[in-house]
Write a protein that binds this ligand. Sequence first.
Ligand code: ZN
Length: 254
Amino acid sequence: MLTGKVIISGCIKVITGLRIGGSSGGLKIGGIDLNVITDPEGKPYIPGSSLKGKLRSLIEKKEGEITSEKVHYCKDKQSYEKCRICKVWGISPTEKDINIDIPVYTRLIIRDVPLFPESITEEMHKNIDLQWTEVKVENVINRVKGSAESPRQIERVPAGAIFKPMEMIFNVFEETDKELLKVVFEAMELLEDDYLGGMGSRGYGKVKFENIEVYWNKKEDYENGNLNQNKINNGFTIPSEIVKNFSKIINNLK
Ligand SMILES: [Zn+2]
């Protein structure tokens, strides 16, 4: 049974060029070999599924639950009841051989995050190759010959761009779920010291979460239309501050 929903809002700032790939087939624009994913208006966005998957994999690596690049899923009730990863990020309904005879809910929902167009300034527009993005040529090194071969044109969102509004929803079903909320912010801390999207080993994809606000909407608030009134982040607006002060923030979840 639902107790309430925690709404996390904020923005994602691109610190080093960000590349989240679009479909590889189809039309190539201007000879670009690898395009970024765009919305129907042609503006880049961060798919919620990419962000959610990356956050999950970082927590899986931290907690040692990653096995040969396969996503971790608990197979039985005993391990599921103790598992922060499966309780927060969910279990794929297509996974076979799972035998958990209690309801399995996904607590975390992450929406697609659109590009904030004004974050690409006039100055940046002069210096980038396409309307919203820059094109970088990356050489593929032949390790045997030691020579550069087949340079590829890679599209990426330039440093300084901002994606917002970011919106994450964390469903609270039982009292112990409140403690689980912390892992979402831990994952965000880990992502800031990792990378989002592709080509991270070439320096791409450093991002920062900023202006985070956290709201607590109880079940009764939905009955009264009283939503997003109860801000609970105590003025802490970045992941590390929220993690550090989580014991105070959790007290607001009443
Ligand atoms: Zn698990």
